[in-house]
Design a protein around this ligand. Sequence first.
Ligand SMILES: Cc1ncc(COP(=O)(O)O)c(C=O)c1O
Length: 492
Amino acid sequence: MSPSALLNDNDQHDNHLAPALKNGVHLNGHSTLTKGPSLTNGSLKAEYLLDRNLRKAYPVVKGGKGNYLYLNDGRKVFDSTSGAAVSCLGHGNQRVIDAVAAQMQTGTPYLASTFWMSEVVEELCKELINGTDGKMARVYLTGSGSEAMEATVKMARQFFFENNKNTPRVNFIARQHSYHGNTIGALGISGHVARRAPYEPFLMDNVHHVSPCNAYRQRQEGESNAAFVAKKAAELEATFQELGPETVVGFICEPVVGAALGCVPSVPGYLEAMRDVCHKHGALFILDEVMSGMGRCGTLHAWQDEDIVPDLQTIGKGLGAGYQPIAAVLISQRVVNALLDGSGQFVHGQTYQGMPVQAAAALEVQKIMREGNMMKNVQVQGAYLEARLKALLGDHPNVGDIRGRGLFWGIEFVKDKKTKEPFDLKTGIAQKVSDTAISAPFNMVMYPGTGTADGVRGDHVILAPTYIVTREDIDHIAKTASDVVHHVFSEL
Ligand SMILES: Cc1ncc(COP(=O)(O)O)c(C=O)c1O
């Protein structure tokens, strides 16, 4: 699609809101909307939508193709984050569009799961279980990662409740500096200081947080992986003991921490050690792969890197690649058996779950990934991205760490490379880098995050390009990222 084909269709919007206007003033007190939204330099400040930031104007996208987004102001922006690590096949994939359109044509994009079953839904679930080499047994479909986390928490509790209606298992152990979603339950599990703050008084008090596995900030000089992991296992064990091991439902972590820390991978041996502590006490080992899974880290599931199979696992983002809102819980045979041997039901359910149109999109996405052997490309281009980023930015005085896995890379910024001291929060480094990147002449997306150092202070950006990137694309991403970072710090 050419950028020009996507431009300026605002004129086609008639003023259907006319009756709500009096003397040219909208009755709600908004400015007059006579010809559709009015853009300033291609950006739009929402007046009707309650946007993420009520004071900010955002650039308007008219469409996308492959790695590029085409903007209303005529610019073409390289999407090197796949949105929020979502659009892993790139934009405008015709096969997925056709699959969605075909499902719409059946007249049943939605079917109530209370009454009906759909072949495409079952086919998707089979595809997903096959992708685990049969190590997981069933799939529970949801519409978002937060919903998948909510379902996981309830399913984990039900696993014990099926056997014993008076089960003492009420506690969860999760990690600081983690993000598991924004609903009250998912936020209650999260260790994201800023997002929790307003709601702290009514977040679940049965969630306890241990430290994450952050080699850059926590590992002592010369400390081996084994010694570092042993400390983490001891901390988890101590938390089990403090709570009473018989009261713990499960431990939840991201194999590679996404938005909260900026692509921090657990060190080799960590997942195995955590699983062993959980299983020693009969608790569940739960992985949140909403961001790090579905191929993002170079294996379809991040746990496949070390073959440490979870009891429950969430997936999202790359599952539907942005073509439909869909996420899921993958459930091990052990947990399925508890339901089969018990009530035979999961006490949950939402209106928009397992819709055929969601499944049609996700199934096509997964087939494209499998048939195109895309994990190979993620591994090859990911290794090249690591090499280029480290070559171009490794020595920069304000780049503290470059870490990640597959096509999931984080750059952490520091004020002092030696002491790892972060910048003052007010400096807004991550946002500056992101704002600069998305502007001309750089025209590339970089995903900002804060709280990287201690939950409040600290800055990082994430790069999470599509799985269809070429070596030339990686050269472009690394060079642009380097140019942006050099530019921002030279202006400070
Ligand atoms: C690790 C992780 N878990 C859960 C979620 C929540 O997913 P959603 O935003 O689809 O509700 C996210 C979203 O960024 C995530 O990164």
